[in-house]
Design a protein around this ligand. Structure first.
Ligand code: ADP
Ligand code: FBP
Length: 307
């Protein structure tokens, strides 16, 4: 079974605004309030591929109720922990000439909440994958993800990490199966510009030296780079299309990679499916359906990169 963990889920308030001005009263041309957060998006996308998945995490307040309502409506299996205080966050995503986002902080959690989570995670076995992704709410230690991996990887649970900064970095010694920073997140983590493929590849190697197994670097409209745990490197072009909503493109990519790995374990096809899933979601108003992903598969060019 694949499990996803979203410690800080959200209602994504996705607004289309014509000619946005930061100093005027703007009005929406279209708006949707959709349950999100990285792990939830990965779970929804995996279910689009008919891959069995259970979404885990924390929810709070009436926003948490709505997140749960939407997950149930989409037929997603979930086992979220309800916390008593605070509200699950609302993340604002404005789509105008440019896209910009304001992500909230989320409810304050405590050690008891973490104990409840660990009790759930302790039931996972070597047959399972766990995707840990996104930011964590206030009150949780920056070592949360590394604490989870140090508990689960010795038991053979394959962990995938999509997080930023120290939250990601601390997990690396625990040998995550896959990490997926985007280009900018990797630059931030390594504290240097990575202007081209050669520099990105060096960055990916550095994450491997720190312990990561497969390193997948997403590059938005420029496609992606993959460094595999057996030392092969590939780049992929992204298909051309009209971007409607790139929120969730990275999560779709993680889901596509995992769905591909579960198909036949072939890394190159998993990489192709990952890029197709990311791009299909960027070209959709929401997370793309399977047929939209499959239509893009042949448009992606994969090239090997010499190490
Ligand atoms: N403008 C775009 N055109 C085509 N594909 C895109 C575009 N933006 C994102 N994608 C696809 O989604 C993947 C993940 O997007 P990216 O923005 O890099 O991730 P994140 O959402 O984590 O920041 C990319 O590697 C690419 O395949
Ligand atoms: O936990 P974070 O880093 O604040 O990110 C949360 C946001 O990420 C998303 O999951 C989208 O992620 P991506 O665009 O990176 O795939 C949104 O649904 C959510 O609002």
């Amino acid at each position: 079974m694949i499990y996803t963990l979203t410690c800080n889920p959200s209602l994504d308030y996705i607004m289309k605004v014509h000619d946005f001005s930061p100093t005027a009263v703007n009005r929406t041309a279209d708006a949707n309030l959709i349950a999100g957060g990285k792990g939830i998006n990965v779970a929804v996308m995996l279910s689009h591929f008919d891959v069995p998945v259970t979404a885990l995490g924390f929810v709070a307040g009436f926003t948490g109720d709505e997140i749960m309502r939407q997950l149930r409506q989409w037929g997603c299996t979930e086992d979220f922990i309800r916390v008593e205080d605070g509200l699950s966050r609302i993340n604002v995503k404005v789509k105008s000439d440019a896209e910009f986002e304001i992500n909230g902080a989320g409810p304050r959690l405590n050690a008891t909440d973490v104990d409840r989570l660990f009790a759930q995670l302790d039931t996972l076995t070597a047959d399972d994958y766990l995707v840990v992704s996104g930011s964590i709410p206030a009150g949780l230690p920056v070592t949360l993800y590394s604490d989870i991996l140090s508990r689960l990887t010795p038991r053979g649970v394959r962990c995938i990490v999509d997080a930023t900064g120290s939250l990601l970095n601390e997990t690396l010694p625990h040998r995550p199966l896959l990490v997926k920073p985007n280009h900018h997140e990797l630059e931030e983590l390594l504290d240097r510009p990575l202007p081209d493929i050669a520099h990105l590849l060096d960055g990916a190697k550095e994450l491997q030296q720190r312990g990561a197994r497969h390193v997948l670097i997403s590059r938005a409209g420029d496609g992606a780079l993959l460094l595999t745990d057996d030392g092969r490197a590939y780049t992929a072009s992204a298909p051309h299309g009209i971007v409607r909503n790139s929120v969730g493109a990275g999560d779709s990519m993680v889901a596509g990679f995992l769905a591909g790995l579960r198909n036949d374990g072939d890394i190159e096809s998993a990489f192709r499916l990952a890029v197709a899933a990311g791009s299909a979601s960027a070209f959709d108003d929401w997370l793309a359906p399977k047929d939209a992903v499959c239509r893009l598969l042949t448009q992606i060019e994969i090239s090997t990169v010499a190490l």
